[in-house]
Write a protein that binds this ligand. Structure first.
Ligand SMILES: [Zn+2]
Length: 250
């Protein structure tokens, strides 16, 4: 089992991070933590050094924070990401968030920044991890035009666009929202298991309490039920998908 998308640097874990990660080690093969905010980058780097070969890192600028940082601050952050290429297994999460950002100018900024992330992923030969909320059509349009090599759509829930995702051979990571969202259930049903991965987005999506990467096992259970497969088959294939996609075996 691998959690391909969570946020272990969040202060929700400050009290007991060590304990949480050691419990994860008993059941999971790896965790990929996602740094989405320039302020979290150093703390994220410490984590992957401390838990080498178990916790891996992707980094990008979350579109939701577009109004909170200056262009210069974002540029510096992207340069820092580039310098740390060897500490990373992917670029993201990055993308478009029209749920939190309604201002048209800021949305245009998000698009520009998204393209910068795609270029960075190409330049550094790293996979791209995409966040899109209420902006799936626009997001896919940009990805299809810009042609990054490997794409993982994190928390993708627009079932009407799933055919485009399948045609372009993008990956989708499924989290505990599968228990609540009909769209995500439908997406899980339609996508080939060879294109699915598991994530938690923890500490979020814990339905009232703090979530941890251990929850991927419930996600695997649910995928198995929907796809009428054994738990072990879903576990094996989604784990292999993640290892190959993020090149974790090196
Ligand atoms: Zn996230």
């Amino acid at each position: 089992m691998i959690d391909v998308h969570c946020h272990l640097e969040q202060s929700d874990y400050d009290e007991d991070r060590e304990e949480v990660i050691s419990k994860c080690k008993e059941e999971l093969l790896a965790i990929i933590t996602s740094c989405a905010n320039p302020k979290d980058f150093d703390k994220s780097l410490e984590l992957i050094k401390k838990y080498k070969n178990f916790v891996f890192l992707t980094a990008g600028f979350h579109p939701e924070f577009i109004s909170k940082f200056s262009r210069d601050e974002i540029r510096e952050y992207l340069e820092k990401i580039e310098k740390n290429r060897n500490n990373l297994v992917g670029i993201g999460e990055c993308g478009l968030d029209y749920y939190w950002i309604k201002d048209q100018k800021l949305r245009e900024e998000q698009k520009k920044l998204f393209i910068e992330h795609i270029n960075l992923a190409k330049k550094l030969d790293l996979p791209l991890i995409v966040h899109c909320r209420d902006a799936a059509e626009e997001c896919l349009k940009i990805i299809i035009e810009q042609k990054p090599k490997k794409v993982l759509l994190h928390f993708f829930s627009d079932k009407n666009l799933i055919q485009k995702v399948i045609e372009n051979q993008y990956f989708v990571s499924i989290n505990t929202s599968i228990f609540r969202s009909k769209n995500i259930k439908k997406i899980t049903k339609k996508m080939k298991i060879e294109r699915l991965m598991t994530e938690t987005d923890s500490p979020w999506l814990g339905f009232g309490k703090r979530n941890t990467p251990i929850s991927v096992k419930f996600v695997i259970e649910k995928i198995a039920e929907i796809k009428k497969l054994d738990f072990s088959a879903v576990d094996k294939i989604t784990t292999e998908n993640a290892i190959k996609f993020f090149n974790l075996s090196n």
